[in-house]
Design a protein around this ligand. Sequence first.
Ligand code: ADP
Length: 478
Amino acid sequence: MAITSENKPKSVRYIGTQFRYALLYVIITFAVLLFLNIYSSKISQELFYKSKETSMIEKCQLTASEISALEVLNPSTAAAAITQMANLNVTRLLITDQNGIALFDSEETDSKIGEAVEYSEVATALENCDVFAWNYQDGAMQSRAATPIYAYGTLIGCVYIMEFDAEQGALIQSLQNNILAITLFLEAAVILFSLVFFLAFSRRLRKIMASMRIIREGDYSHRVKMGGHDELTALGNEFNDLTERLQTSEQKRRQFVSDASHELKTPLASIKLLSDSILQNEMDIETVREFVGDIGNEADRLNRMAQKLLSLTRTELPEENPDCEIILIAPTVEKVIRMLSIIADNNNITIQTNLKDDCPILIQEDDLYQIIFNLIENGIKYNTPGGTLTVTLRRQEDNAYLCLEDTGVGIPEDALEHIFERFYRVDKARSRKSGGSGLGLSIVRNMVNRNRGEIYVESTVGKGTAFTVVFPAFDTES
Ligand code: ADP
């Protein structure tokens, strides 16, 4: 079977971002350490160079001043003058005349006395300049310096000294070795740290991604456990919150579908039963009429329920800018009472009103009408014959309070917290008989909440129920 691009198994391994960051980190630290390494070596050599130059030029000048005091400069006078001087502690000391011919050489085995000295430092000194040079060779420093010798303002020769210093060389070498060792150690530590960081980071990311896959498969109870206090922990917490919301809404959706199908099943079963009875039994026309009437009632109930379900779905949708207007509560209450007065009369219920204030509020007109309609309808439906329903409207501080108090059957305390749930009915038989679907109060609460209001209920079984709806009053003067 051919595998299309849509059902190919996904086995992508992500190493991109964190790997790139870790590599960049290693490269940057390597560059910094390399720079520090070269810089510190250069500085240490420079320091050595400076101190050596000063001391060797001083030694040259000291010798030059001794020689310049001689009346005649020749090999024997030069040797005599040097012998009288304190030991200079140099490897080689050379005195030349103004032509670069050696007059004194401390080196005995390879003495240049009488020969032309061809060292570049000697040539430079004979051009009236002090000169210093050094190089590093076979683990030792070789430093050379030369200065011209003057007598009565005339150049008469030059002094050349050379020092071979294995100790200083070893010192510089060990300094450079130490710096290199520290650099290598630091770079190794950086690589190790980057590796640990990279592995830990990608392990935590993989954990979140694995959790996402589990949720995608439909296991909404799964939660990702992230330790620590960094951004990934925050991401994990956000992810868990999101999953929790998904789980809740999925539970609500399932509950809603099962409740709705259960509620729809009952009238449908009645319709089926009634129509089967008509078809299967010999009946007189009166009974048939009665059965068909019942079928019509069940169909009406189904219709009402479908409308309420639609209304409920509408109120559950998040509405960014509801179409609000400034509406007076009192006239709306009166309109609803006019609509329901026939039902109230039929049930022998007296509706009393106490609408002192008009109470303007900002609300969707249909919502306000529906809220008041459902609450007054319930106050009639769940009342006892001869009972009353009192509707009071008052304004207190910045709020409008609408209270509906009936003298009906009341609601048991344990049921109070459920009455705003969808399809919840305290007395199923009574509610069904009066055409109830258990959706009215859910719709009321959704509408109240989305218009920035709140609803409260108090009830005593056998005495009555009081619903209070609070809306922020709209001040026309403000
Ligand atoms: P229904 O369509 O069944 O009336 P509601 O959502 O309007 O559904 O009400 C939920 C339940 O709350 C009702 O079934 C009823 O048992 C109870 N109830 C609501 N209003 C009153 C009231 N004024 N007095 C007593 N019980 C009430």
